[in-house]
Write a protein that binds this ligand. Structure first.
Ligand code: GLY
Length: 368
């Protein structure tokens, strides 16, 4: 097992990565579980796979799991979903010093984390991410949110978990497409700040995707360690460091918006293509060599992820994509910060990107 500390004054916690963590849940959580009843939030799919394991693990230590099971999908991250969850937590008598378990992917972590941020002005929670994407990104760092008709993740809070248990066993039931989408966020850490890791992934990426336990633990731990360092430096994304984690997200957000935030393009796939575009745009701006930009795109394509805009079959033009960017929540006083590359492993925030130039670049990439 790998243990990665997230160092935040007064709110530090551990991310434990390994196998058998769910089966040993009560011992892993230790004194965070203060009462016989343990509230667990999950979705129907995850409950189908892991409810029995959790119940057995808790019962062995004299605990009883009480469940709030939501329908799978983004729909749960809504005002209605939040109301239902907070009402349930109040009915269950959750107190400030208690910890609620969020067992699932990013939707469950974001919804439960936000409910815990506001319940009685803040109670504890434990993240147990069951997707690769949640293990390497959303479960770490305390970003919690729900969606509204105005956009995704627009209502939320920074609220750090008390513990994160990334059980690699849970990835055994994850569809291959979701493994690849999570892998996009793993390559991201290499591209943005760790060339050695990028090179390691060139040799070992397939083993990670094949769920080889040693390769997987190394890749998840190295990703989490990178995120933990950045979060410790810039918890609330005010100093420019945490913004680097948005590499690929500005282009990706426009693509997700254009495809209706649908199954047509998963978030991780949009980030993957967004990173290839960010690399090519960086080359156009003369910041990175064409060769390195194409190495980034090739690493993405080799993982079975989209790396060319022309592959998506979009009917829009570059201007329509940059219009979506104007609704990005990262807009800041009329500026949209782009994360660009000076090299592989050397990302930076560029606040001077001209959207007209981006639109022309995207027209070329679309093949229009
Ligand atoms: N997913 C980006 C962040 O946590 O800051």
């Amino acid at each position: 097992m790998a243990v990665i500390p997230v160092d935040l004054a007064g709110r530090s916690y551990e991310v434990r990565i390994g196998t058998g963590l769910l089966a040993n849940l009560a011992a892993e959580c230790g004194t965070l579980l203060r009462k016989p009843k343990v509230p667990v939030v999950t979705d129907g799919n995850v409950a189908g796979h892991w409810r029995g394991t959790v119940e057995l693990a808790l019962a062995g230590a004299g605990h009883e799991a009480v469940w709030h099971v939501v329908a799978p999908g983004e729909g749960a991250k809504s005002w209605d979903g939040l109301r239902a969850l907070t009402d349930w937590m109040l009915d269950e008598g959750v107190e400030r010093g208690d910890h609620v378990i969020a067992l699932g992917g990013g939707v469950i972590g974001d919804l439960t984390g936000f409910a815990c941020a506001i319940l009685k002005r803040g109670c504890g929670f434990i993240q147990i991410p069951t997707t690769l994407l949640a293990q390497v990104d959303s479960s770490v760092g305390g970003k919690t949110a729900i969606n509204t008709p105005a956009g995704k993740n627009l209502i939320g809070a920074f609220h750090q978990p008390g513990l994160v248990l990334a059980d690699l066993d849970t990835l055994s039931t994850l569809p291959d497409r979701e493994m690849r989408a999570g892998y996009a966020e793993i390559i991201k850490y290499g591209i943005l700040g760790d060339r050695e890791f990028f090179d390691w992934l060139a040799d070992n990426g397939q083993a990670v995707l094949d769920r080889d336990p040693v390769a997987l633990e190394h890749a998840v731990a190295r990703s989490v360690a990178a995120k933990a360092r950045i979060v410790a430096e810039d918890e609330r994304e005010t100093k420019g460091r945490r913004a680097l984690l948005n590499l690929g997200h500005t282009f990706g957000h426009a693509l997700e918006a254009e495809t209706g935030f649908s199954e047509r393009l998963l978030h991780g796939e949009a980030v993957a293509l967004g990173m290839a575009l960010a690399a090519r745009f960086s080359a156009l701006a003369g910041k990175i060599s064409n060769e390195d930009a194409e190495r980034v795109a090739r690493a993405i394509a080799d993982a079975g992820l989209p790396s060319k805009l022309s592959d998506l079959g979009l009917t829009c033009n570059g201007r329509q994509l940059t219009d979506h960017m104007l609704h990005d929540k990262k807009m800041d006083a009329g500026e949209l910060p782009f994360i660009l590359l000076r090299g592989i492993g050397d990302a930076y925030v560029d606040r001077n990107v001209i959207l007209n130039i981006v639109a022309t670049f995207l027209d070329e990439q679309l093949g229009t």
